[in-house]
Design a protein around this ligand. Structure first.
Ligand SMILES: [Cu+2]
Length: 170
């Protein structure tokens, strides 16, 4: 006979997974890592490491800054970002449109312990490095930011300008 506790635990799983909070931060559902399908976003699409001809190294610090914080890439370019956290606290890099990042940051400020993950973000522990491989197949002006509560607000942000193939900035 199943204990009531176990039953409660079993019931809690689908309840949690289906709660609006679990997905509220992006407005999109997150697929488990095992069956991630590259999803087109307004700021590009998950890239393949083998296609990344360029690596951009970025430092993250407890001064709430990325170095460098202004990047220019070409439309269609796949970039491998290598993030080095030289601080003593967790940092992350999330790529998006300025609007999307602002919304996401507000959600993170409200629910600081909310877990979030997607191909356009990486969390980097102190002293570690992390990686994002991203294909910028949409021209425009985008941003990247650390959305850990308080970091975005402290200015931990950068810009990514994706130049269209015709050379005209949108
Ligand atoms: Cu941070």
């Amino acid at each position: 006979m199943k204990s009531p506790l176990l039953l409660a635990a079993l019931l809690a799983v689908p309840l949690l997974a289906g709660s609006p909070l679990a997905h509220a931060h992006s407005g999109k559902k997150h697929a488990p890592a095992a069956d991630v399908v590259a999803e087109q976003t307004a700021w590009g699409i998950a890239g393949k490491r083998a296609e990344a001809k360029r690596t951009i190294n970025i430092d993250m610090t407890d001064a709430m800054r990325f170095t460098p914080d202004q990047l220019t890439v070409q439309e269609g370019e796949t970039v491998r970002f290598v993030l080095r956290n030289t601080g003593r606290m967790l940092h992350e890099m999330v790529i998006g449109t300025p609007d999307e990042l602002a919304r996401h940051a507000a959600m993170m400020a409200k629910f600081p312990n909310m877990e979030h993950d997607a191909p356009y973000m990486v969390h980097v522990d102190p002293g570690k490095t992390g990686e994002i491989v991203w294909t910028f197949n949409r021209a425009g002006r985008f941003e990247f930011a650390c959305l850990i509560a308080g970091h975005y607000e402290a200015g931990m942000r950068g810009t990514i300008t994706v130049q269209s193939q015709s050379g005209v900035k949108k």
